[in-house]
Design a protein around this ligand. Structure first.
Ligand code: NI
Length: 291
């Protein structure tokens, strides 16, 4: 939920794909980010390029007779085809990302808008939110989105032991994989806080750390107009835009954000589409500009 922007602290590194492969240059971002005590326990999600690879087949395997929960009845129309072969080296790409779900009410609204507009996104989900919401994960994957992790309990990983960090990440990866059959390979640390122990852990778990360079501050402003305004004003080529699929105002803002970005010439892609293959343990704030 309340990741504020460590990117501002990181400054221009926002545009740089950092490879912190066990170097001493560990980053502990977000010292000023933790003011959001309202930040309810969020989870994590997992995402992977494998998820993308499986999307087309997964899309056809959703049980049409799934029980008529709110989640299942919302998404009845056929999904429009997602752009699958966008080349971010030749077009201006931006990735929309959503943290802290799955949420039983907001996530379906987000998925519906993404569906209606043919927009792919990446969801960094909390492990603790997954039980009971497995159908949402399946639908997201089937619709062409990428699932990624945001840890189980939304704790400050920099305050945990190596074993606790490992547990927070692996439990969430497992919950996502159990729900969808696809293991996530991208993770976002809660509050954007990570240190060398986190980097070492995700290297071992074969995950990449995905940060962001545009913070809509949707968790703080809880205002659709402000959320959309921040997204549209700050987005640039290669941006990774941070939002939360637990905020109703974010669902309200999403149509305007998508429309505005497209009118500005951006192609909306998943994080794997934006970054390509990533190396376990690598840290990414945005796609590397190619021009
Ligand atoms: Ni969060």
């Amino acid at each position: 939920m309340a990741e504020s922007s460590p990117l501002r602290i990181a400054g221009i590194s926002a545009l740089i794909t950092l490879l912190i492969s066990g170097s001493a240059s560990m980053a502990l971002f977000g010292a000023g980010v933790l003011s959001s005590s309202e930040d309810a326990p969020n989870g994590a999600s997992a995402d992977s390029s494998a998820a993308q690879a499986s999307q087309s087949s997964e899309a056809t395997t959703l049980e049409p007779d799934a029980q008529p929960s709110a989640q299942n009845t919302l998404l009845t129309e056929p999904a429009p085809p997602m752009p699958s072969n966008v080349d971010c080296a030749t077009v201006k790409c931006v990735a929309l990302t959503f943290d802290d779900g799955p949420h039983p009410e907001v996530t379906p609204r987000i998925l519906q808008t993404l569906r209606q507009t043919g927009t792919p996104a990446t969801f960094f989900q909390l492990g603790k939110q997954i039980p009971g919401n497995e159908a949402l994960l399946k639908k997201a994957l089937a619709d062409g989105h990428v699932l990624a992790t945001h840890t189980w309990n939304h704790l400050q990983l920099s305050q945990l032991s190596a074993e606790q960090i490992r547990q927070e990440i692996t439990s969430t990866k497992k919950a996502s994989q159990d729900a969808t059959g696809v293991a996530p390979t991208l993770m976002r640390p809660p509050y954007g806080l990570y240190n060398q122990a986190v980097v070492d852990t995700v290297t071992a778990t074969h995950d990449s750390i995905i940060m962001w360079d545009v913070d809509t501050e949707d968790w703080k402003n809880k205002n659709a107009a402000q959320t959309a305004d921040r997204a549209l004003k700050e987005a640039r080529r290669g941006s990774i835009i941070l939002m939360h699929d637990i905020q109703p105002t974010t669902a309200d803002a999403l149509p305007q954000i998508i429309d505005g970005l497209r009118k500005a010439g951006y192609a909306l892609v998943t994080v794997p589409q934006l970054l390509g293959q990533t190396t376990p343990g690598s840290v990414h704030f945005s796609g590397e500009p190619t021009e």
